[in-house]
Design a protein around this ligand. Structure first.
Ligand code: 5GP
Ligand code: MG
Ligand code: MG
Length: 183
């Protein structure tokens, strides 16, 4: 049984175990490998939140592929600021490439709503999104990822790349502010 964790002023309870996460990431990797066999996709991880998901998804997807990262920002504390800034742009040319954006979580949908048109201007062959987590009830703009690990309720979560004011990213499990769901 996992213990709760304290980050800054908040206590988080166990929500998804490292094992549950790994099993689902393996499934997503297999599915993407099937869908993109022979296409050499370019995975674009969105930093910082997606760094662990990207690393595990990459190893779960045994096909020829390229990997790159961008850094975007829309969050402060536990709520979205609503404005999205590109912090570090993409250096790799994406024209004609099959892109798979790798996100830790889709919440309001605003980050990808702002970033996808920016990418589309560079004329990729295709763009799909792989998100480890999705909070469908939190959407402010309609958005669905093609590959989603887990749909979760509208609760703030940390761990496995996700932070609370920069703490908690290195936790192997995912924790929630809501009541515990693990035995
Ligand atoms: P958006 O609201 O634009 O869909 O999500 C923007 C970003 O906010 C996500 O990629 C993620 O980095 C962060 N975010 C959204 N929900 C949560 C959450 O529950 N916990 C944490 N730690 N970050 C979140
Ligand atoms: Mg993110
Ligand atoms: Mg954050």
């Amino acid at each position: 049984m996992l213990d709760s964790v304290q980050l800054h002023d908040l206590t988080f309870t166990p929500y998804l175990s490292a094992r549950q996460i790994q099993e689902r990431v393996q499934e997503l990797g297999r599915q993407i490998a099937e869908d993109y066999a022979g296409k050499r996709p370019l995975f674009i991880g969105i930093l910082n939140g997606a760094f662990l998901f990207m690393a595990d998804l990459a190893r779960a997807c045994p096909i020829e592929a390229d990997f790159a990262f961008v850094r975007l920002s829309s969050y402060e504390g536990t709520s979205s600021t609503g404005s999205v800034k590109t912090m570090i742009g993409l250096r790799e040319p994406v024209e004609g490439r099959h892109l798979i954006l790798v996100e830790d979580i889709i919440d309001t949908g605003q980050t990808l709503h702002a970033f996808l048109p920016e990418l589309a201007r560079q004329k990729p062959a295709s763009v799909k999104v792989a998100a480890l987590l999705s909070k469908p009830q939190a959407r402010k703009v309609a958005f669905e990822a093609e590959y989603t690990g887990f749909e979760i309720p509208n609760e703030f979560v940390v761990g496995y790349g996700l932070d609370y004011n920069e703490l908690g990213r290195n936790l192997p499990d995912i924790y929630s502010l809501a009541a515990s769901t693990l035995p």
